[in-house]
Design a binder for this molecule. Sequence first.
Ligand code: SF4
Length: 477
Amino acid sequence: MNHNSSDSEKKNFLFFLNKVHPPSIEDPVIGALTRPARWSSLAGLLQKARRTSSFVSSIKKLQLYVHVPFCERLCKFCHCARGLLKSKRDLDLYIHAVARQMERQSKACEGMDASHICFGGGTPSLLDEKQITFLLDAADAAYPVQRRKIFFETHPSSWTRSKLDLLLDRGLYRLSMGVESLEACVLKQVARSQTRQKVLSSLYVARAAGVPYVNVDLMSGLPGQSIQGLLEDIKKVVQEGANIVHVHPFSSLPVNELCGPQETFVDFFKRRSDMMHEAAKVLKASGFKRKGLGAYALNQAGEDHQEEAYTRLESAVLGFGAYSIGQFPGALFYRTKPSGQDNGFNSLEACPQDLSFVMARYAIMAIITDGLDEKVFLNRFGVSLKQACKGGLNYLKSLGLVGSFKGVWKFSASWEIEHLREYIALSRVLYGEDFLLKLQKRYAKQYNPGTDYRKGKTLLHSFSNHWLMALYYQMGV
Ligand code: SF4
């Protein structure tokens, strides 16, 4: 792609960027810089970084993440990293491989507080009681702590009372249920198998049994879904005890499957956007606070919010299994890749992560959530916010997008990050040009200006934010 893109190319891009790509706080920007690596080299890199960098050694919290990339059925809307589970034996092989990985990285993390473990997927609730116990025991052996908080994702159809009891016994802290919708006709259209009754009774039982945080994932804009339907779903799950709710915007490939029978693209995007707005209103009226894009929580300490622990960079994350991500702030970032034979377990990409990236990311996430405090920033990084953001915040202030009061920076009331576009605008200012130019070089090759992405059938192969960010930046819009 060259710098003199035609107007139609720009429109093409902007259509994709603004209308098709779902809002996301995922930040794989740094992933754009990764190169093939080996598991065996990670431990050495970590050990060295912890020895030589005072910032890295100041990070004491370690979050363990286990990805379970299997599902019983594949829902139409889903972009998660997952595949069909063929046999229970695959799960057995997989958990043994995960346990080996845990063991291999443990020495490099000695002395860290690994008191959080998250199971995501895919469908972690496909693991039976024995397999869950095996993984928790493996984590205990490799990263001993007195008591671990467990975050666990479930699908209603594979969730059982005995799994709940087992996890509660081991420290279940947050149960996350993929619900998407409670309406049978909507679920049928996206090939999702579950019953309303099972969802609601699972929520009720979880809260009654004492799970501190119960999260429900819903979607907006699903085929056949109305605003009213979504709002009723929200009210119902809150009534049954959900105290965290995520509302994800529906997006699918190919794009033409997004629209209902009588619906144009414009209709669809309006319906989806109206749903996100109305959902926010209902949740806020019920006492929920915004915790990220589409994420809302009721009376909850930020520290214990899974996404925040990750995005605020107060802790390191070690991801295990296929399709997982690991990050040691200020030291390295890695992700496991799928590959034919080993299900991605041994295939890995990694890159160093420098402190300027960490500071920019921290600043962005703090502004999105509770506000960015200059004193906290200085304490955290030993660098002033002004120095780190190189005038970026003042620039955003001059545009009326952010404001500061008593040294705390927040979005101005009329402007919240809801779309990737705003996120990118903010990132462009805070990350700085050098970093984005690196991305630009790598990803400019992947855009084919000859493809009309507005037509929808042959949408971009990649949904990665960093790719879009690079191009957005290059186009200077
Ligand atoms: S939504 Fe959940 S159950 Fe459905 S395919 Fe995606 S990960 Fe699997």
